[in-house]
Design a protein around this ligand. Sequence first.
Ligand SMILES: [Zn+2]
Length: 470
Amino acid sequence: MKYDVVIGLEVHVQLKTKTKIFCGCDNSFGAEPNTHICPVCLGFPGTLPVLNYKVVDNAIKASLALNCEIAPVSRFHRKNYFYPDLPKAYQISQYDEPLAINGYIDLTSEKRIAITRAHLEEDAGKLIHSDAGESLVDYNRTGTPLLEIVSQPNISSPQEAYDYLTRLKAIVEYTEASDCNMEEGSLRCDVNISIKPEGTISLGTRAEIKNVNSFRAVKRALIYEIQRQTELVDRGDKVVQETRLWDEKKQITSSMRSKEEAHDYRYFPEPDLMPIRINQEWIQAIFETIPELPQAREKRFIKQYNLSEYDTQILVADKGMADFYEETVKLFPNPKMISNWLTTEIFRLLSEAKIGINQCHVTPQYLSQLLQMIENGIISGKMGKELLPEVFRTGISPELIVKEKGLVQITDKGELETVIDNVIKENPKIVEQYREGKKQSLGFFVGQVMRITNGKAKPETVNEILITKL
Ligand SMILES: [Zn+2]
């Protein structure tokens, strides 16, 4: 039987603020365990939470960028459950009165995915299970501000889920409400998936998949889960409503626990916090701080720089990359050449080093310097490509590397003619073949000249001289 796939995504983004959501503890990543803690985020009796309004600013900003309506009044609830990473035994979250509702994201395929809601909540701590069989807990993350963005289940393929996440990440990153760094856990994603016979209306039983740590993993987990559910239903078995864990090593999902229903959490209004009231002036003030968003930037890039849609998408998906691109164009006005270098050479170096454009040593100044030298014929494109990894690694300017290594391209005709004369003299047989019509032999001669000059000869000049001499 053929099935329709129904996918919904819940994305948690960690909001970028100096302090946590309900206390004054530092909200930065990477500190020694249990150093950013206080009686409030440890849930000591008698302490009271105080809402950090910077968190609300960021949440409004991200929600507006996701085309949501901001609720004039929203409320915190307690979500009760017991787990060692949750010292209060409840999480302060929002339930039936969330901060934002009714948003959407337009995919590049032009399909619109609706966003049901975006609500504020605090994060729990982190359990670390050691190989020695010990479990340790780090409460630094407890009370970290999160915005949970819930899509409607109208995503209908793993690729669409991937596109939705990529776009969502780009939008939120552009607002700077969160850095959306997946390695540091500031963007996390839970996936709901069910299947139903093609064209039918009522939804099938869904499974929730947790522990998916990259967008690629989301795609693979979904492909696996669709296959698993299809086989179950084809056999006449039933899909069980449960939470499943994605195993990145084995590339499978496995059952973790039966899925809780909302009533299992015994939600009730948080008595220690006032409702959040947001007026139009506040919304307007935040709205004015939203920068140009990815979709608008893509359109502008295509028009202003005459780039292909494909290159534009690659550049714009990462704000740092798009900023870097525009900085470089200002210094060296050859948009196409810069785009080519960024989307191939620099992308490769970044992905090998697993870092972002702002963490590497190549700057817009260095890249424009390098490309300028190529355009001026001082070095060849090939030499530029060999030189770039060194700039990337060391942070030494391309001009200095060229000077120190004496990499300057040989363009002097007299000098090249001497080399070429020798090559011709030493290879009479191949010269003969060439003259008899085997034109491919030209490549052999170019190769020889390059070998002798350590790749410094200017290829165009070599070709020119060779053709006249042969
Ligand atoms: Zn604290």
